[in-house]
Design a protein around this ligand. Sequence first.
Ligand code: HDE
Length: 706
Amino acid sequence: MQANDEKLSQLEKATVTHASGRLTTNQGLGVSNTDDSLKAGKRGKTLMEDFMFREKITHFDHERIPERIVHARGSGAHGYFQVYKSLSNITKAHFLSDPSLKTPVFARFSTVAGFRGSADTVRDIRGFAVKFYTKEGNYDIVGNNMPVFFLQDAIKFPDLIHAVKPEPNNEMPQAASAHDTFWDFVTSTPETMHNLMWLMSPRALPQSYRMMEGFGIHTFRFVNEAGESKFVKFHWKPLLGLHSLVWDEAQTIAGKDGDFNRRDLWDNIENGNFAEFEFGIQVLDPQDEFKFDFDILDPTKLWPEEMIPVQRVGKLTLNKNPENFFAETEQVAFCPANIVPGIDFTNDPLLQGRLFSYLDTQLSRLGGPNFHQIPINRPLVDVNNNQRDGIHRMTIDKGQTAYYPNSLNNNEPHAAGKRESHFEHFMEKIDGQVIRERSESFRDHYSQPAMFWNSMSDYEKQHLIDAFAFELGKCKTKEIRQKAVDMITNIDMSLACQVANKLGITPNKDSEAARAGQTNFTVSDKSLRNFVSSALSEANTPKSAKTAKVAVVIEDGYNASHFDAVTRAITDAGATFDVVSSKLGRISSADGKSAEANQTLATTSSVFYNAVFVPCGKEIDNMGKNRDLIHFLGEAYRHYKTIGLAGEATTLADAAGFDDKTGIVMMGEPVDTFKLTSSFITSLAEGRHYTRQITNSMAYAKLNTL
Ligand code: HDE
């Protein structure tokens, strides 16, 4: 029994298996031949009369709907949400007040800029959208994997997206921000600086959707039964920790398996490794609204966890793949305005714009006003109102009245009474003049980016430097590169200098671009500029070997006892492995045993694994000369992965150029298999070995000498 049974059984009712039965037209007419069109003679023209042909082709011609204008590429899963303890003291939301309640959910993870068929592992923000099918109606948290956004006002969103999407004259580049129009826009819009820092960090390359954080970004409100309100920010914390890909690895994966993140989510759910996230809240008393150096309504700012702790109050478990991608993942319609009693909006101008945009875009994407009746979008509670008709209406709404008030049907459906669940807007006091301007309190665009930079580990800092240099290096317009570097001087001089150095330019901290966005802004005593928030660095995340994937590379003559020991240890640690060899099929060990190779060095690549292990064997000399294997090992080395070498396989360390032995677990003969495999698993559980020194003399250079 699934905890999300109620929603799944609702979907089940809309499911058609097509498992058996005669072939029919859409009108139910039996069809005996669907392979030949109706022709005037065996070699003649197709006849207009062929309604079977016309029906089949017409349907096919209309099988696609417009992809999402942003977040087109996505992957979804079903699951459930459960709160740890009642939050009824701060919110009257029913699904947050009862720890015994399992609320069904559907979640969709996405990239932003790429088209529907683009690769998963591009540098981009990831969408993290969750639809809760609650007893009080559908509630959506439509968030991202970064806690801040590029913009402070929704009216700028079309400009941002036009700038980041492929350029309009030649539709290039696909799913990439590394081009002139994006950097032209952001260097003219200093409020983008904080999100840019996140985009240039490893956070933009999640290793797995199961291993990324999620954020509601905006400040929302909780409201309790007594009508008291608190400001609140939403977080999703992955139980497996926060883990990212290396840039070089992400690019290789984009070529070798564009479905990498989608496949990972799908396969793990199929294997029972459910995706789990804790729900976190940061709660702020309204009296503290003006206590900080930043405006709490500004979506380009985060609330440092060290100042306002994240309380983990519940858990999201994604435990079931969709039955049909189109029906569920493609047709699901999220909307930040889908809200339940106990939760409310704030004046954040970005949120305010989003409250309009989603329903509007779905009208054209899903073809009309009845998309809420599509099975994946249907609430579990009854929908009862006087809205009628429209394209693709799926219910037969009975009765004479479709208006209120009415006497012919006793005023039904009636306005919800006090004791019936209903939504009431928080009675916020409004007092202001109509004005098209930005608040002064939104002006500081550089303190939080500086905090982000200061909170990074050495590896993350280097990643940022390389990412800025790559993206700006791809821009053809020199002035844009210069502007970007000048603006970065406001964040950190050493970052600006190191990026500038790679671009062959000199930062100018007094240029117009550097000064833009600083108008009237003085850094106050409370500035977060020098604050270090350890929650921002991936270095401080939980790590484990659970669900990791290991490549165990063997050739004929391998050592079966090493192989058996390591594969057992991998399985015991909750990880999985592939047996990789030069050929598929049975590989024979030195002592007459065998193992089945399910991948070859040609069909797979080290980028698909978290670690590599080579049990020794009598073929080891040949292995040392195998370019594919040395490339495989060298790549794993450059991507900071654990590498295990047993017995004679230790000679591969030299052959592959492992000058720095950090994360290289090896033991020559005689091999103590228990000790070696335990160290291997410990090292695997530590995640990547970012302190490993990688220089150009290693790995690649060795490869060229073969
Ligand atoms: Fe969205 N966004 N967005 N966005 N957004 C859409 O709605 C929009 C923003 C986010 O898996 C669209 O159904 C505006 C922030 C996600 O189906 C559209 C603004 C955040 C998804 C839209 C923003 C998001 C979308 C396109 C500026 C994180 C994918 C298709 C104010 C908090 C949901 C659609 C899914 C999708 C508008 C900014 C998250 C056009 C106007 C900030 C996860 O309505």
